[in-house]
Design a protein around this ligand. Sequence first.
Ligand code: PMP
Length: 450
Amino acid sequence: MKDSNFLKENNARHMWHPMGAPGDALKNAPTIITKAEGVRIFDIDGHATVDAVGGLWNVNIGYSNDAVKRAISDQLERLPYYSAFMGTSNDVAIELSYALSEFFAPDGMTRSFFTSGGSDSVETRLRLSRQYHRLRGEPTRTKFLSLKKGYHGTHFGGASVNGNARFRTAYEPLLAGCFHLPAPYTYRNPFDETDPDRLAEKIAAVMVDEIEFQDPRTIAAFIMEPILGAGGVIVPGARFMPLMREICDRYGILLISDEVITGFGRTGDWTGARHWGVKPDLMSTAKGITSGYFPLGAVMIAGRVAEVFEKDETGQAAIFHGYTYSAHPVGAAAATVCVAEMQRQKLNENAAARGRELHDGLKALAAKYDIIGDVRGGHGLMAGIEIVSDRAKKTPMDIATMKRIHKATYEAGTMVRLVGHTIVMSPPLILTSDDVGTILASLETGLAAA
Ligand code: PMP
């Protein structure tokens, strides 16, 4: 390994970073992380922080789970790779698909299709939903509905259903036939509606209007995150997702739950949809499935959808879609042990309890600091605080101040993430009450530096 001077000098010189301008990275060197333990990360200068980002919403079991590490190294010894295309399979992927059908049984999911990550999972389920309607004799159902502020990865299909211009504009034109509804975002919405249930009704009315306008027979699926993550942690009211389910059922539209962040305990329940008492038709998962130890995703398919493919008599049910790394044996080994570890440690329950503590602490900070315009979360370990320069006018805080808050918070002992003028948090689900205290104390130092 090269020494730290070499690494600092070459930091962004030869590598372009996702989600940032190459020129910016040259001017403001990215923080170099070299080590991690438990819920803490260490930078190249040895500064330790609680990782309240949890990698990238994904390191649910923390950084030091030996069982998952051993499963990966053992699998590398036995079978580092084999393809699951056309007539071959592998033992560990079979085991994982069995474990996932048990894990997702309460959500009505019976089949898995493996991918290499979240964007791949999103792309897969968009394709499967079109094919599903074609097999059922409704090939005109090709359009997609989704939410503004929603995030569904960066492939062309995912970017097309994404609801944030930042991820779209430079790459347009995107996929035709994608339409966006207002987000269940009580702090800012076109109706000035602050009551979550009334907002849900208003969005439902827009949805029905859009479906009728488009013609229900042209719509394949509606896609949403049970709690919107990258859009700034937007928590819908309890009525929202069930209402979306009702409308989808009324019009024969598939409901896709994007569980890339919310799956595997993050919301305080094992899946986000379960948290709201909804059974979707398809789910996309990734991230927490291996806690980031190996890149892997899975699309979960409900029994009633799977049946249409499995009992097909039209001869068109072949899935001409897949990835070289679909059902990767090392990823499958990592996921099988990771899912078992999360269940053994009841990380959903810990996420719920620590999430309540974090939410209460953030509300206490909001009572002290006027620059906190909105506190969001309270359902597991997903939290967001929207920072404003004028609370009454809800004026978004300028980016220079946000960067100052971020830096001071980091120096005080916690890594958080900025999504524009919102600070988002998604720490490992093994977090302790003491760690919650560290996060809140660091944030307070950061806010005081605004
Ligand atoms: N869907 C959601 C809800 C996500 O949050 C993300 C990633 N943050 C993705 C899809 C894309 O996942 P990946 O980055 O693994 O491709």
